[in-house]
Design a protein around this ligand. Structure first.
Ligand SMILES: [Zn+2]
Length: 128
């Protein structure tokens, strides 16, 4: 599993984990396997639960998708599936929401949406 991508929600250290518990579940009709890990942070000894599986799409082997609990209290990065220009605005929008800076959040959300539309070749007078 790509533990280097996971950030400890308690101390914000990234990728410093040991696996304390591992379980697997496999569907009889598929090669897909779900993995359930409990990771222990090497820095603060906090525990993180991670549900993950290897990717089955695009022929990319070894690429993992995962969900972890608890969530980090501070956002340190945007989701990896977002392009850089979209993710940068998305992250600023999320941080603005956390700080209750509503006008800034709306502007950053607008910028993220604009970047998505431009990425999909949207055109028009209102898209500047
Ligand atoms: Zn930690």
């Amino acid at each position: 599993m790509a533990e280097h991508r996971i950030t400890c929600p308690f101390c914000m250290e990234k990728g410093n984990f040991e696996t304390e518990f591992h379980a697997e579940k496999k569907k009889p009709s598929s090669d897909k396997k779900l993995n359930f890990d409990t990771l222990r942070c090497g820095n603060c000894a906090g525990y993180v639960m991670v549900l993950w599986s290897a990717s089955e799409f695009a022929g990319i082997r070894g690429l993992h998708d995962y969900h972890s609990l608890p969530w980090a209290l501070k956002l340190s990065n945007y989701p990896e599936y977002l392009p850089d220009v979209v993710g940068r605005h998305w992250l600023q929008a999320q941080r603005s929401i956390q700080g209750e800076n509503w006008d800034a959040a709306a502007l950053m959300a607008r910028s993220a949406l604009q970047a998505v539309l431009r990425d999909h070749q949207a055109q028009g007078r209102s898209l500047k």
